[in-house]
Write a protein that binds this ligand. Structure first.
Ligand code: TXA
Ligand code: MG
Length: 335
């Protein structure tokens, strides 16, 4: 159902809140990507998320709440760093991992003693949290291992099972998933890079342990792995992805020509290499924020037209590009 710019007045929103209360799944927009939501305080409702996504049971969910006070309510301990970060970055694309309140069903946390909490900054997400009065567990609304959705059409294409309702409010703004920060150790630790950068976090809480990009795919059940979502192959289109540096373009162009001669359907994503017409070639903005906004839609589009091999021009290895580079490294990881 469509939701307009005044979500609180839309009948779709009232229905969505009703469905959530009844333990059904509701897909809604956040400022990052679309989420597949269920009431977080009811194990049976949360179990449906795992079933519909095909998500491994060891990968915990993010619990969305309406404000910092509600986040505190669902945590067993709310450290000073959480208070400071919430003040600066909430509502917004930052998820904080803290010790969980025992009342949150273990299935939301995948059995862990911690919970990931986030106050989203999107009118539809906010209206849904306030109207329902519920904490809402919501992973990205894609089938497990697929590209995250940045519009309602992506959700329909990716999920193979029906949900209660999809609230369609158009494309999301940020385009990559929230920054995830673990506050349960001696120092805050970056578990997933996102729109809020390490530098921004450090400016508020001092030392932050940097993100360790997984080099080797760990086992699914690796207990020592701090965040199961860090598994290397994760944000993956169905095509094989070849990441190339701009100066490698002549060689890549040659490989593309050879593959096309064999009738392979090739997709190209670039940011500085000039866009050639007549190819499945999408030019993305050479700016990390704008690139992030459009990346998943471009991957979805190239998948939709049947590309089996994607050549993607790698961005520079710079802090501002960390979130994008992380998603591209995962999309191109083998296995
Ligand atoms: O932007 C976002 O964060 C989107 C929107 C819908 O809010 N949600 C999202 O959820 O990306 P999901 O489930 O796709 O990613 C959640 C990430 C995973 O990497 C998961 O492993 C990690 O957060 N996570 C959740 N709970 C955790 C916990 N207790 N400890 C460590 N990592 C956790
Ligand atoms: Mg996801």
């Amino acid at each position: 159902m469509p939701v307009g710019p005044e979500p609180r007045q839309s009948s779709a929103l009232a229905l969505a809140a009703e469905l959530l209360h009844a333990g059904e799944l509701v897909v809604f927009a956040t400022e990052t990507v679309y989420g597949l939501g269920a009431r977080a305080d009811q194990a049976q409702a949360v179990e449906r998320i795992y079933a519909v996504k095909g998500r491994p049971g060891n990968n915990p969910l993010i619990v969305h709440v309406k404000d910092a006070e509600a986040a505190r309510h669902w945590s067993a301990h709310w450290p000073a760093s959480a208070r400071q970060l919430a003040e600066v970055f909430w509502p917004g694309p930052l998820t904080l991992v803290v010790p969980a309140d025992e009342r949150l069903p273990p299935v939301v946390r995948a059995g862990r003693p911690t919970v990931a909490l986030r106050v989203p900054n999107h009118p539809v997400a906010q209206a849904l949290l306030q109207t329902s009065g519920l904490p809402i567990a919501a992973p990205s609304a894609n089938r497990s291992g697929h590209i995250s959705p940045t519009c309602a059409a992506h959700v329909l294409r990716s999920l193979k099972q029906p949900v209660g309702l999809i609230l369609d409010s158009g494309p999301t703004q940020i385009g990559v998933e929230s920054t995830v920060l673990d506050l349960t150790g001696e120092y805050p630790r970056l578990l997933r890079p996102g729109a809020i950068t390490l530098e921004q976090l450090s400016a508020v809480v001092g030392r932050v342990k940097p993100y360790l990009a997984p080099k080797v795919a760990p086992l699914d059940d690796e207990p020592a792995f701090p965040s199961p979502g860090m598994m290397r192959k994760h944000y993956a289109p169905s095509a094989t992805v070849c990441l190339f540096d701009p100066d490698e373009w002549p060689a890549v162009a040659e490989e593309i020509a050879q593959r096309q001669a064999k009738h392979e359907v090739i997709g190209i994503l670039t940011r500085t290499v000039p866009v050639l017409e007549s190819l499945r070639h999408i030019g993305l903005p050479n700016d990390p924020t704008l690139f992030a906004t459009k990346l998943y839609a471009a991957l979805h589009d190239l998948e939709e037209v049947g590309c089996t091999w994607l050549a993607i021009e790698a961005p520079p290895d710079e802090p501002a590009w960390q979130a994008v580079n992380d998603r591209l490294a995962r999309a191109s990881a083998e296995g």
